[in-house]
Write a protein that binds this ligand. Structure first.
Ligand code: ADP
Ligand code: MG
Length: 240
């Protein structure tokens, strides 16, 4: 579904991504771990062109994202993104947060968008919050709304950038549970997280990123059981 070759990203003189190669298959859950500042967010943001890569190739469903002729908006709609800080529209109800883009961008009817939104809210356990405003919800609830909002666009892949890092500890589990259910249903997911339990349990493949390159990748058993790269070993010693 996604083929990344030799991806580079430089900010000024700071080379943040130094040649990333990664393929993501349909239905796969890829979890990216690594120290702060290693380029994980920049990598995710390059995938949906929130950042313009400096060099390399990103193919998504067979189309090169960096090709001038590619319809970037159409491709971006196929990629749902969930951020650390929810980024909900604060002055819209939960229901409006979920329906505004499907109606405006995908030209869905208000009724169809509402019906789908209510089903998604049920999926994330928030059917009773449709008329609430984001500020009245807990962090965990807001993040579940953010996931439902991304799903409302019917994406083919979901990108998560530290979705639980801003949450109080008691709310982490409810968000991870929603993500795990999505994975079980077969959603293609690329997840940056510090939740090693989630990585171990849900990932098909774990990527260890450091200093702008993929230092090591493997199954959760390989990465957590017998990491080969000294940098991976050192990182895991600190976080586990
Ligand atoms: P991570 O998500 O792994 O913590 P980031 O991708 O956020 O790492 O950051 C990697 C490096 O890229 C950092 O040195 C950061 O300062 C730099 N960086 C990220 N975004 C920008 C930007 N928009 N402009 C300049 N430098 C940036
Ligand atoms: Mg980051």
């Amino acid at each position: 579904m996604i083929n990344i070759k030799n991806l580079h990203k430089t900010f000024g003189k700071n080379e943040v991504l130094k040649g990333i190669d990664l393929d993501v298959k349909a239905g796969e859950v890829v979890v990216i771990i690594g120290p702060s500042g290693s380029g994980k967010s920049t990598f995710l943001r390059c995938l949906n062109l929130l950042e313009q890569p400096t060099d390399g190739v990103i193919e998504f469903e067979g189309k090169n994202l960096l090709d001038k002729d590619t319809d970037i908006d159409a491709l971006r709609q196929k990629m749902g993104m969930v951020f650390q800080n929810f980024n909900l529209f604060p002055h819209k109800t939960v229901l409006d947060n979920l329906t505004i883009s499907p109606i405006k961008v995908k030209k869905e009817t208000a009724e169809a968008a509402k019906e789908k939104a209510l089903a998604l809210l049920e999926q994330v356990g928030l059917q009773d919050k449709a008329t609430s405003y984001p500020s009245s919800l807990s962090g965990g609830q807001q993040q579940r709304v953010a996931i439902a909002r991304a799903l409302a666009m019917n994406p083919d892949v979901m990108l998560f950038d530290e979705p639980t890092s801003a949450l109080d500890p008691e709310m982490v589990g409810e968000v991870l549970a929603v993500m795990k259910a999505l994975a079980v249903e077969g959603m293609t997911m690329v997840v940056v997280t510090h939740e090693m339990g989630f990585a171990r349990e849900v990932a098909d493949r774990v990527i260890f990123m450091d200093a702008g390159i993929i230092q090591e990748e493997g199954t959760p058993e390989e990465i957590f059981g017998q990491p080969k790269n000294p940098r991976t070993q050192d990182f895991l010693r600190k976080v586990l």
